[in-house]
Design a protein around this ligand. Structure first.
Ligand code: G6P
Length: 384
């Protein structure tokens, strides 16, 4: 048992720690980051002269993908959260409007689907009943269906017209972790590759994103070193019955995902919210027994999220903040700070989600709960 868990007490922890390695696997043969002169001289790397993203699924379906008027992302659970970030990536780099829908809502809404649409189905297991039904519907209306799937040969992988595997290896823990970061990586590769083909991304931005994506696994390793510190922090929160997770922009879906992790395995009610919407409801809940977690890296809207934080503090809320290394402002406001390395805003979720996975994990372990198989949940939901 310990062997299959690679020496970790639970699959979930193993899978959290697997992330740097499996993301390197996911990017292998797809992401080519230009080797620096220094690396070339020291012979540490093969000569790569140009930054590039190569996806055969894009190359082989270039016309169809490039002429798409709209993308529609369908998924459930954690995969849907990845879809929300995928929307931002594709809109930004490919200049195509993207809608994101829960597969279960999409399939029964009698949605408007044109043959010029591309529907992206995201699924770890490749067996989720609602996502499969959404794919069938999209195909019946003539849309092209692109899969982002982990389980090789699964039903969704077989039903889609084309797609990419995330290649992060089997995920056993019911709460999804490495599949989420794998999905984000694939969505980033897709947006960069297609944007490059369409000419909707500048050469500078393309190069910068590729260079940064290549070092994300190293930065994830740095975040994982915070495991002990997060374990210590988590002890304080086993008493909590409610939790609020707030984030903006790229980190808003991360807030949703962090709240979902806590609900799933710690059985603590947690709500994820866009930080600015707090004033339209959730702020009414804030008192000295309400922990509020902010995902507040140093990017656009940083000052706005600091103001949101001050509002929570003024009402006695207990603040945990995920911040960028070297931030000196938020530590003056928050009760606990967890620092992640600096990165480009679109890639921040790959780093900021890790402390949230670890926090949920340690709170659950502290409460003596069955982390890998939480009550009432299934890894793969093959029924409606
Ligand atoms: C279940 C799992 C979640 C997962 C969701 C969607 O609820 O417990 O971890 O995110 O299904 O599954 P899929 O396999 O389609 O990504």
């Amino acid at each position: 048992d310990m062997l299959s868990k690679g020496g970790f007490p639970h699959f979930m922890l193993k899978e959290i720690f697997d992330q740097p390695k499996v993301l390197r696997d996911c990017m292998r043969g797809r992401l080519f980051a230009k080797t620096s002169d220094e690396e070339k001289r020291s012979g540490r790397n093969n000569d790569v002269n140009d930054n590039d993203v190569v996806l055969s699924a894009v190359k082989n379906n270039k016309d169809r993908l490039m002429s798409a008027k709209r993308f529609i992302i369908v998924a459930c659970g954690t995969s849907w959260h990845a879809g929300l970030i995928g929307k931002q990536l594709i809109e930004r780099y490919c200049q195509i409007p993207v809608e994101v829908d829960y597969a279960s809502e999409f399939r029964y809404r009698d949605p408007i689907i044109y043959p010029t649409d591309v529907v992206i189905a995201i699924s770890q297991s490749g067996e989720t009943a609602d996502t499969l039904a959404a794919i069938e519907l999209a195909k019946s209306k003539g849309a092209c269906v692109f899969g982002i799937v982990n389980a090789v040969g699964s039903s969704i992988a077989r039903q889609t017209d084309t797609g990419i595997y995330i290649h992060v290896g089997p995920e056993i823990g019911v709460a999804s972790t490495k599949a989420f970061t794998g999905q984000l990586t694939c969505l980033t590769l897709l947006a960069l590759c297609l944007g490059h083909c369409k000419g909707t991304i500048s050469k500078d931005e393309y190069d910068e994103m590729i260079q940064e994506l290549a070092v994300i696994p190293d930065k994830m390793e740095q975040v994982l070193k915070l495991n002990d510190a997060i374990k210590t922090i988590s002890r304080t929160y086993t008493y909590a019955t409610n939790f609020l997770y707030l984030g903006r922009g790229w980190n808003y879906p991360v807030a949703l995902e962090g709240a979902l992790k806590l609900k799933e395995i710690s059985y603590i009610h947690a709500e994820g919210y866009p930080a600015a919407e707090m004033k339209h409801g959730p702020i009414a809940l804030v008192d000295d027994r309400m922990p509020v977690l902010f995902v507040a890296t140093h990017h656009k809207q940083y000052q706005k999220i600091v103001s949101n934080m001050e509002e929570v503090k003024a009402r006695g809320g207990h603040i945990i903040a995920i911040i960028t290394e070297g931030d000196t402002e938020i530590p003056k406001i928050a009760n606990e700070c967890i620092e992640v390395p600096q990165t480009l805003a679109p890639l921040a979720p790959l780093l900021t989600v890790i402390p949230l996975q670890l926090l949920a994990y340690h709170v659950a372990v502290c409460k003596g709960l069955n982390v890998d198989q939480p009550r009432n949940l299934a890894k793969s939901v093959t029924v409606e």
